[in-house]
Every structure is written in structure tokens, then in C-alpha cells.
Design a protein around this ligand. Structure first.
Ligand code: GLN
Length: 446
């Protein structure tokens, strides 16, 4: 009731929710009360949670921020949502996001931009902008997000919260609307690393319905927070502190690293020479996969269908022209081009080769260090509209986060102070399946 009241009071302005499931939330809260009375509690009993509107929820609209799915009600529920519900979580509603998770500012949403609670004239980041803003404004204590190129970490940084992208395959993608399947990963967003550890405990695990989910034991993430970090080696990739980086952004991350040094961590410099190619490689691979994934939205099987089609061709063309926004169309065009005969070798294959180089860079770094750290985003929240018409400058918002997705590694963003009243974040990147370790580093700092 507390959070529902805050949503009513403040979300008219913030626009962080697409759907609020008030009746369902109150019923689930009653069930949680009963479970507590009966002594049958799960990990998350009674915890109110906001789910990104990319997760299918049976009986509740799943829009993915698109006109295409404005009236789509999924016939089943995503594994992530199911797992959290079975541990007793209470769903408050579905959060706003960039259309099909394509964006870094939440401005591509069909439902309008989300405002940053720290400055209403600024963006909350994206694509999990609604999730991060509702947490920043304390409209929910916990949220889910997804991260294909930075969509959990960058908005977490811009809203002063903590968000974790797990190792690719740690969390099931079943029922999560696909953007770029080899990069997409769901993860927790919360007020602290401890909250994220609790949520990840409930989210992680093998799912036979997702062939890319890994059949590996789930660690004890809360237990990992008790470990000592003295003797831990932190690597600072020089490429994450380029000369062109805003000095105040660099200072905040360096200050956070110094705090960890005081707790006994050792700091060394490392290099990821191919990381500079991560944004161009991503913007071939992600649109290529998206162009294939989004072919299912044909006006027949799901979602928007144009009025009075003349014939099948007209039905496809107009349903897709009307249903998709500009950024989604741009990605479909770029992706289709990159995959077409004659260009495949020049673009897609080349981007996959670069992806391997980036992965190898990280692997070499992890031979010497336990975690890598640097700023999450190159700048604080920018003004609404500032980059809207300049896709390349928008794409650079993820310059520090995208490499991690290409390599499939886990990484989190934790809040590390303000610049002119706007939050900044620092990223902690771990080796595969070291979610417990990076959560612990953030927890020790916090
Ligand atoms: N901003 C990046 C993009 O637009 C990443 C988005 C994401 O992680 N979903 O593709």
C-alpha cells in the first residue's frame, strides 16, 4: 500500500510505470501475510517488485515499450517473474522502457519518456529507465531489468541505485521478449548490492525451456557478502579512463576504488586493447539479431495489425510501419543489411571476430586480477531530447558497458557519488559466474 500510494502520487510526473497492477498486488500481499502467519515464507515473501515490461506476464499486458504490443497479453509468464513470485514477491506493475529495449535514454518508448527523479528535465538512462527511475524515486524497493549492452547498469548509474547484469546464461530468458538473443540477460536492480544478491538468488538457475541457460549450481550470493576482500586484486583497464573522459566522472570512480584499497584490495593497471571496437561490433551484431527476432511481428501472429489490408504484402508493410518506432526501424534496416549476401563477410562475420578479440582481452585480464573497475557511463544524466536526433552519440552512452555483454561476463553498477546533484556509478566486472564476488565488492564499498 505504501508503494502503491507513492506511485499514485509521483508517477504521473515520472512516467516510470506502463501498467500498475494494484488489485493483483494487494491480493499477492494478502497471500504473503498468510504465508508469514503460517510460517511458510520464501526468499522474497511480501517484497514488492516492479517488472520491466519486457517480461511476459499472463493476463497482464506486456508492451515492450512498443505500439506493436500495446494490446498484447501474453498467454504465459516469464521464468524470471514466475521464480520470483514462487518465492513470495508481490508484483506492483510493469515498468516503462525503450521500445524493444533499444535505447539509452528511455526516449524511444511508445509510452513517452521517463523522467529522471534527480532532475525532471533529464533522462533516466535506458533501456531499463522506468525500473531505475522508480527505484531512484522510491516508488518500489526492487525491480527487474534486462541488459543487452548496458541497459541495467547505465540507468542504475544515472539514478543512484545498484544493478547487476549476470553472466550470460545464468538467468533464464524464457518469456523475455528477445532483442539480441546472444547478448540479452535479465538481472536485479535495487537499493544495494545486498538487495540485488537476494533477488539474484531467486532469479538464477537452469531452465530447460531456455537452451542457453546454463546447468550449473547457483551460488549462495548472500553468503558471498560475508567474505573478506583483503588480498583481492582490482584491475583498472586504462581504456576505461581515456584522456577524453570527464575528470569528475573519473574522480568519483577512482575515489571508490581507493575506498576498496583501504579495505585491503590491491589495485593494478591492465589493458583491454580491443575494447575500443566494442561499440561498432555491437551495433552490427545486436541489430542483426534484432532484425531476425523482430520478424515475428508481422501483423498476423502477435500485436498490431493495420486496418483494411489490401493483400498480404500490404498487411505486413503497414502493420510494421505503423507498429514500430524510428529506432526499431533503424535497427531492422541496419541488421538486415549487415546479414545480406555480399555484406555478411564484411560486417557480421567481422563483428563476430572482433567479439572474440574482446572476449580474449577480458580472459587475459582475469588471469591477473579478480575484478575490473571503472566508470559505468561516460557522463551523468543528459537533458531530455539532447541526443534524440543523434543516434551515434546516443550509442556512445554504453561505451563502457557493451564489451561485457559481448564477452558474456557478469558486471554491476553501484552508486559512487554525485556531480552537480546528479548521480554517478562505478562498474565492477567479474569473471564468469563470479556474481557473488562482484556483489561482495559492491557490498563492502556500500
Ligand atoms: N543502449 C543499448 C542499445 O540501444 C543497449 C540497450 C540494452 O542493453 N537493452 O542497444
Amino acid at each position: 500500500e505504501h508503494f502503491l500510494a507513492r506511485i499514485k502520487q509521483f508517477d504521473g510526473e515520472l512516467n516510470s510505470f506502463v501498467t500498475v497492477t494494484e488489485q493483483q498486488a494487494l491480493a499477492q500481499a494478502d497471500a504473503a501475510d498468510q504465508a508469514i502467519a503460517a510460517g511458510q515464507t520464501g526468499l522474497l515473501t511480501g517484497l514488492p517488485i516492479a517488472h520491466k515490461d519486457i517480461f511476459c506476464t499472463e493476463g497482464v499486458r506486456t508492451s515492450c515499450g512498443s505500439k506493436m504490443l500495446d494490446s498484447f497479453i501474453a498467454p504465459y509468464t516469464a521464468t524470471v517473474v514466475n521464480k520470483m513470485a514462487s518465492e513470495g514477491a508481490v508484483m506492483l506493475g510493469k515498468t516503462n522502457m525503450d521500445e524493444f529495449a533499444m535505447g539509452s535514454s528511455n526516449e524511444t518508448s511508445y509510452y513517452g519518456p521517463v523522467k529522471n527523479p534527480w532532475d525532471l528535465e533529464r533522462v533516466p538512462g535506458g533501456s531499463s529507465g522506468g525500473a531505475a527511475a522508480c527505484l531512484g524515486a522510491r516508488l518500489a524497493p526492487a525491480a527487474t531489468g534486462t541488459d543487452t549492452g548496458g541497459s541495467i547498469r547505465q540507468p542504475a548509474a544515472l539514478n543512484n541505485i545498484t544493478g547487476l547484469k549476470p553472466t550470460y546464461g545464468r538467468v533464464s530468458r524464457w518469456g523475455m521478449i528477445a532483442f539480441a538473443s546472444s547478448l540479452d540477460q535479465a538481472g536485479p536492480m535495487g537499493q544495494s548490492a545486498e538487495d540485488c544478491a537476494l533477488m539474484l538468488q531467486a532469479m538464477a538457475g537452469h531452465d530447460h525451456r531456455d537452451s542457453t541457460s546454463l546447468n550449473q549450481k547457483v551460488d549462495d550470493y548472500l553468503g558471498a557478502l560475508k567474505e573478506d576482500i583483503s588480498g583481492l586484486t582490482i584491475g583498472i583497464p586504462e581504456e576505461f579512463f581515456p584522456d577524453t573522459l570527464d575528470g569528475a566522472i573519473a574522480d568519483n570512480s577512482r575515489a571508490a576504488i581507493r575506498e576498496l584499497e583501504k579495505l585491503g584490495a590491491k589495485v593494478v593497471s591492465v589493458s583491454l586493447p580491443s575494447i575500443k571496437l566494442s561499440v561498432p561490433a555491437y551495433y552490427v551484431i545486436a541489430p542483426a539479431e534484432a532484425s531476425s527476432n523482430l520478424s515475428r511481428f508481422d501483423g498476423v501472429r502477435f500485436g498490431h495489425r493495420c486496418d483494411d489490408p489490401k493483400d498480404l504484402e500490404d498487411l505486413y508493410k503497414r502493420s510494421r510501419s505503423e507498429g514500430f518506432g524510428d529506432e526499431v526501424k533503424r535497427r531492422i534496416l541496419v541488421g538486415t543489411y549487415a546479414l545480406s549476401a555480399g555484406y555478411y563477410d564484411a560486417y557480421y562475420r567481422r563483428a563476430q571476430q572482433v567479439r572474440r578479440l574482446i572476449r580474449d582481452d577480458f580472459a587475459r585480464a582475469f588471469e591477473k586480477v579478480d575484478v575490473l573497475m571503472g566508470p559505468t557511463a561516460p557522463e551523468t544524466a543528459f537533458k531530455l531530447g539532447a541526443k534524440k536526433d543523434d543516434p551515434v552519440s546516443m550509442y556512445m552512452a554504453d561505451v563502457f558497458t557493451i564489451g561485457v555483454n559481448l564477452a558474456g561476463l557478469p558486471a554491476l553498477s553501484m552508486p559512487t557519488g554525485f556531480i552537480n546533484g546528479l548521480p554517478t556509478g562505478t562498474q565492477v566486472i567479474g569473471n564468469y559466474f563470479r556474481e557473488g564476488q562482484i556483489l561482495n565488492v559492491a557490498h563492502k564499498y556500500q
